[in-house]
Design a protein. Structure first.
Ligand code: CA
Ligand code: CA
Ligand code: CA
Ligand code: CA
Length: 636
């Protein structure tokens, strides 16, 4: 391995009241200019099985299907929200290398329910097309409303058997600060939105929050509909959230209300074209992103992304045709996606559910659960998610990675895996019976209590499942980890975990009983989704869940780009889970909504979602079903 010159990458700083060594700052009238020099370490070239990998220390890797997995650097800068920014980067000392072998290419992301998609043909154009690119957005970072500049430097570019490599960049950032701050108030922390009929019950939660210093306001959907303009209920609610942000400086928004009907209703395929306010206690936003497998799904991120980089309202309908989050034949809306408030939903459908979840939250936060031994257990559940040559058990590799890298110093590991038979009664070869009843082990371990549980594999609205090692095709025997049909057997009482679920549709909280007839991804009838069922259960289940409202995606196999990080945690759904545990375990984000929001922000910084449909879907569909102001581990 060649010795590399170390560079500080991933620096992040707020320019206000901060100076940074090595950066020259010039002010000309109102325009300020930052100049910075970045040195790039030497590249390392590795050959494996006839393919070469080009490595750079601490780099990210391009992940576009069929394209070379080339290294790049992400540099993130924060400015006060509304700052106008222009960036120029010049490469220095460019060298050209002849490449004898092919560079390893990115596989298409795999759907966590089935296999599909073809690899796009490689073009003869230079890749990537420029030496750098950047993305601007508006978001809430460490309590500050900021304009985020994520700058991507591509020191290695490929064209027809040659790579160009630059040893460094001269970066120039011109920026103009906004005349005055867009948000300057700090009177409330939490906004709760609920239907009128539940307002009195929700007031119990408000009082509880206030008792812990979380300043809380409650507003009803009916009042918002009456007083706000908007093309549909969801847009009215979003304008209301924007007002509350500007008037009171709220940080968290809790949406209390799910779908009214248990039997009929809407789901993704119909959704994008419809306004379904009457069907919902609190409205939802369907986005019309078509991945060739489904035409739409719910995105609660819509209610969190209030501003774009310039401090303008983030409409999610930039082409103005009344269809939101479009990315399909016929149109594409440009979305900011960075959360400006942290949003979670209690998708309640009855007073009984509402009472259950409020009681669980109050009890959890009041009983200092972090001091109790059960909280220090982290449950990992996984198996072989996708077939690959090395028979890597992606669900085991990823959950272990989260544990070892972010959680091990505070948590005790409890794992249920297929490769060692702990999930499957000692059976490690494909076995229909052992696979069918594996859920008994999940019920058993979860019933002992744990602070966190992470299940990484396949999903549907009714189930989370995986496969035996080396038998991960759709027709191989399934290993059923947990189902809505059996989770009522849980006996964990008030020992409630935060459950992270990697899989398709587990958090499809728009599901109704008869949807399975028209929805090919539902498989079995259910009137509610896996992730909400866990949260709404009385005196057991989960305190909150994080999962996908649509088809989830993951990377297959081990380490194709040979950078030492398993690809299944480096890309797509695995990466957002990785960022969640990183936010909690390393960055110390222990208010659940902020943990969620930090994961989303990190993901967007590294993989700009407007460049890749699957990255866009990954952040849009990852919903928090729970209280975003929840103090993880409760109050001491
Ligand atoms: Ca549109
Ligand atoms: Ca935003
Ligand atoms: Ca595998
Ligand atoms: Ca890797």
């Amino acid at each position: 391995m060649k010795k590399a010159i170390f560079v500080t990458i991933f620096i992040a700083f707020v320019l206000v009241n901060t100076s940074y060594a090595g950066i020259e700052r010039i002010t000309k009238n109102s325009i300020k200019i930052e100049k910075e020099e970045v040195k790039i370490p030497e590249i390392e070239i590795k050959e494996t099985n006839g393919y070469i990998s080009i490595l750079l220390e601490n780099a990210n890797y391009l992940h576009y299907p069929g394209k070379p997995m080339l290294p790049y650097y992400t540099k993130v800068y924060y400015f006060p929200l509304g700052t106008k920014i222009e960036v120029d980067c010049k490469p220095k000392n460019i060298e050209v290398y002849k490449i004898e072998k092919e560079i390893v290419k990115a596989n298409p992301p795999m759907i966590k329910a089935m296999v599909k998609e073809t690899i796009k043909a490689d073009t003869q154009e230079i890749f990537p097309e420029s030496w750098y690119s950047y993305n601007l957005g508006g978001g809430l970072v460490d309590g500050k409303h900021v304009t985020i500049l994520s700058l991507h430097l591509y020191p290695v570019r490929y064209k027809q058997g040659e790579i160009e490599f630059t040893h460094g960049f001269d970066i120039t950032i011109d920026y103009t600060l906004p005349a005055k701050p867009i948000i300057n108030n700090d009177e409330y922390d939490l906004l709760i939105i609920c239907p009128e009929e539940w307002k009195d019950i929700v007031d119990t939660l408000r009082q509880h929050k206030e008792s812990h210093g979380i300043r809380t306001i409650v507003e009803t959907v009916e009042n918002i509909y009456a007083e706000y303009d908007g093309r549909d209920g969801a847009e009215k609610v979003k304008y209301f959230i924007k007002d509350m942000l500007e008037e009171y400086g709220i940080k968290y928004v809790l949406l209390v209300g799910g779908k009214k009907s248990y039997l009929f209703g809407n789901w993704g395929m119909d959704g994008p074209m419809k306004s379904n306010d009457a069907l919902w206690y609190v409205p939802v936003r369907y986005v019309a992103l078509n991945d060739n497998a489904e035409g739409g799904y719910i995105s609660d991120l819509y209610f969190a992304d209030i501003y774009d980089a310039y401090g303008n309202f983030s409409t999610w309908d930039t082409n103005g045709n009344g269809i939101y989050g479009e990315w399909r034949w016929g149109g594409k809306d440009i979305l900011d996606l960075y959360p400006d408030v942290y949003v979670g939903r209690l998708a309640c459908r009855s007073v009984a559910e509402l009472n259950n979840v409020i009681e669980k939250i109050i009890n959890y936060e009041n009983s200092n659960v972090a001091s109790q031994p059960w909280f220090r257990r982290m449950l990992l559940v996984g198996g072989d998610t996708f077939n690959d040559v090395e028979k890597i058990c992606e669900g085991e590799v990823s959950t272990l990675y989260f544990y070892n890298n972010y959680m091990a110093d505070k948590f005790e590991k409890v794992s249920l895996f297929v490769s060692d038979g702990t999930l499957t009664f000692g059976v490690t070869q494909p076995n229909k019976f052992a696979g069918r009843v594996a859920w008994i082990n999940v019920i058993k371990e979860m019933s002992k209590g744990c602070g966190f549980a992470v299940l990484d594999g396949h999903g549907s609205p009714t189930a989370w499942a995986t496969h035996f090692r080396g038998y991960a095709s759709h027709d191989d025997p399934w290993v059923n980890g947990l189902m809505t049909y059996n989770m009522d057997l849980l006996r964990n009482r008030d020992m409630l975990p935060i459950v992270v679920i990697g899989g398709c549709h587990n958090s499809e909280f728009n599901i109704s009983l008869f949807d399975f007839i028209k929805n090919e991804w539902t498989y079995q009838p259910t009137y509610e989704c896996f992730s909400w069922h866990l949260v709404k259960m009385a005196n057991k289940g989960a305190i909150a869940t994080l999962g996908n409202t649509g088809l989830g995606y993951g990377a297959t196999g081990g380490d194709n780009n040979k950078n030492g990080i398993p690809d299944c945690v480096e890309f797509n759904g695995g990466y957002i889970e990785d960022r969640f545990f990183n936010a909690y375990g390393i960055k110390g984000k222990d208010i659940l909504g902020e943990t969620w929001g930090t994961a989303i922000i990190d993901y967007i910084n590294t993989y700009p979602p407007m460049k890749d449909l699957i990255d866009c879907k990954t952040v849009e569909e990852w919903v928090l079903l729970g209280d975003p102001s929840l103090k993880i581990g409760g109050y001491p």
